[in-house]
Write a protein that binds this ligand. Structure first.
Ligand code: AMP
Ligand code: MG
Length: 535
């Protein structure tokens, strides 16, 4: 008994995070300390304490993320870890807060939104990197509007697994440290069809250098509050764009340019791996170009530019796969409007919008060339790529399998070898008419011609292709299987998928079962192909 106490105290003392708050120290605070829902003016944040969960239980920790912030295996197992990252205990010397932001939702200005269920615990420094730790689902804040500030297990598993998977895919993203059950039930109408039911409540600890969004700037611009807008912009530049000189018109223009470039880069990565964000509202756009807010996202199975997983967006398909780069640009234009009072000149901002468009063409082309294992870039490559994008839509063709298997085809392959590649990616072979088969044959003849003009040795080309075409992604049904098991108290699959997705580009032959097309049962299943914003 005595020994146990000693070990516990030892573990407790272990967890040392070097806290160094900046956002809530350097920016204007809401003077009202009450946790009541309201409009908050001339302030970047309001204080908000996490809700104490009734029976917190740790489900999963990303050890890589823990190590990145300086936490050891022992720390993870400590009571302190459970308490702090479930919201039960506030770290000494810290002052948790919720951020004030606005946003355009589905194209319309929505006014003040803010961290309605996200509470920033603190910022920490480790190994020269600064991180903000944020609990999602830890209760209401002044920005909760009509909702409860909570999150359910299913959406928390989706956020936890996907943000780590995206990191390992090399896609800029917010991260996830931990996933905990709160022990409290949460009422949700999952498909907004009048069938509300209780689900298990959960909390995720999200981590990022900063959670500042486009909407943080928009809220002040919308209220003609130039003073706070300037303070927030100077803060962002000072801490996250240190090479830019703040306080000058040129500096603000350069800041806008850098944000545009980062946003573009992130979007190209999404297109590369087949990720569909689902809710690209301006409040869900990180100023650092990180993928943020994993809600009704999904992964392309069949290559379908018109696809969106978000049933709330079923009519307009505003946030469909093929439109993501265009929506990112629309969002950047809104950010431009918000920053305009600091710049007061339209032309340089328009130039940045134009640069985005020009650069998009170049970056997309380059990315597609890499997916095809081609180094040369000529006009004939453009035709090769556009023909491929058309072919992929002729019948339902699995994007991940197609590109991954493509590296098996070489300049010396017997032409017929292409058939094996496409057949393993086709969902319904009975859909393949003679016309479709002919188009594929023509494309592979053209592709082989291009391969023959390349200098890269085969093995190198294959390795290069396999480093941009993942073998394993978090297919929608995979997350759902993990959720179904977890709802029954079995977390093995959460762990297994987390491990698998740490090496998305490696072969992992023992995990071949996840390198497979979506099973038929998942085609129209809620959670697999249909997701709402309810989370
Ligand atoms: P989202 O569509 O998830 O980006 O959320 C849009 C806004 O609604 C943000 O301000 C969120 O903080 C807020 N929000 C979403 N879900 C909840 C919830 N359950 N409780 C309180 N606020 C929420
Ligand atoms: Mg959001």
């Amino acid at each position: 008994m005595r020994k146990r106490c000693t070990i516990e105290r030892f573990n407790l003392d272990q967890m040392k995070l070097e806290t160094k708050d900046k956002f809530n120290k350097e920016l204007p605070a809401d003077p009202d300390k009450n946790n009541t829902r309201r409009q908050v003016f001339e302030s970047c944040f309001s204080s908000a304490k996490p809700r104490v969960p009734s029976a917190p239980k740790l489900i999963h920790v990303s050890k890589e993320m823990a190590a990145a912030i300086g936490l050891s295996e022992k720390d993870i197992q400590s009571k302190k870890f459970l308490n702090v990252f479930s919201g039960k205990e506030v770290l000494e010397g810290t002052e948790p807060y919720a951020m004030c932001y606005g946003g355009h939702q589905f194209g319309n200005w929505a006014g003040q939104l803010g961290d309605g269920r996200a509470i920033n615990l603190t910022e920490i420094d480790h190994d020269g990197q600064s991180w903000t730790l944020q609990l999602k689902g830890a209760g209401e804040t002044p920005y909760s509007r009509t909702a409860d500030g909570l999150a359910v297990l299913r959406s928390s598993i989706r956020e936890h697994l996907c943000s780590e998977a995206m990191h390992h895919l090399g896609v800029p993203t917010t991260r996830s440290l931990s996933l905990m059950l709160t022990g409290d039930d949460v009422l949700r109408d999952m498909m907004y069809d009048g069938n509300a039911a209780y689900e298990k409540g959960a909390v995720v600890c999200r981590v990022a250098p900063s959670f500042i969004r486009f909407g943080n700037f928009q809220i002040f611009a919308s209220r003609n509050d130039e003073k706070t807008l300037k303070e927030l912009t100077d803060f962002t530049i000072r801490h996250f764009f240190p090479n830019i000189e703040s306080g000058t018109k040129e500096g603000y223009i350069e800041f806008y340019r850098k944000v545009a470039l980062r946003t573009l880069e992130m979007t190209i990565h999404w297109q590369r791996v087949g990720f569909v964000h689902g809710v690209m509202n301006t409040d869900n756009m990180s100023i650092l170009g990180l993928t943020i807010d994993y809600g009704p996202y999904g992964w392309l199975e069949g290559f379908e530019p018109g696809w969106t997983p978000n049933t709330t967006d079923r009519q307009m398909r505003r946030y469909r796969y093929g439109q993501q780069p265009g929506i990112a640009l629309w969002n950047l234009a809104q950010l431009g409007n918000a920053l305009y009072p600091l710049i007061e000149e339209v032309e340089p901002m328009q130039k940045i919008i134009q640069e985005y468009q020009d650069q998009y063409e170049i970056s997309f082309f380059k990315m597609m060339n890499q997916k095809l294992g081609l180094e040369k870039m000529t006009e004939s490559h453009e035709t090769l790529i556009s023909d491929l994008l058309e072919n992929l839509q002729l019948s339902e063709t699995d994007m991940t399998i197609f590109f991954r298997k493509l590296s098996d085809f070489s300049k010396d392959s017997n032409l017929n070898e292409y058939k094996e590649i496409i057949q393993s990616a086709f969902y319904k072979s009975e859909e393949i008419t003679e016309d479709i088969a002919g188009k594929w044959q023509t494309w592979f003849v053209d592709y082989q011609n291009h391969l023959q003009k390349e200098d890269l040795p085969d093995a190198q080309r294959k390795a290069q292709m396999n480093s941009v075409n993942p073998k394993y992604v978090l297919r929608n049904y995979m997350a759902q299987l993990a959720i179904d098991a977890a709802n029954n108290g079995d977390y093995t699959l959460v762990n297994e998928l987390h491990e698998l997705l740490k090496k998305p580009y490696a072969e992992q032959p023992e995990q071949e079962k996840w390198f497979a097309k979506r099973p038929e049962w998942a085609r129209h299943k809620v959670g697999c192909s249909m997701l709402s914003c309810s989370s």
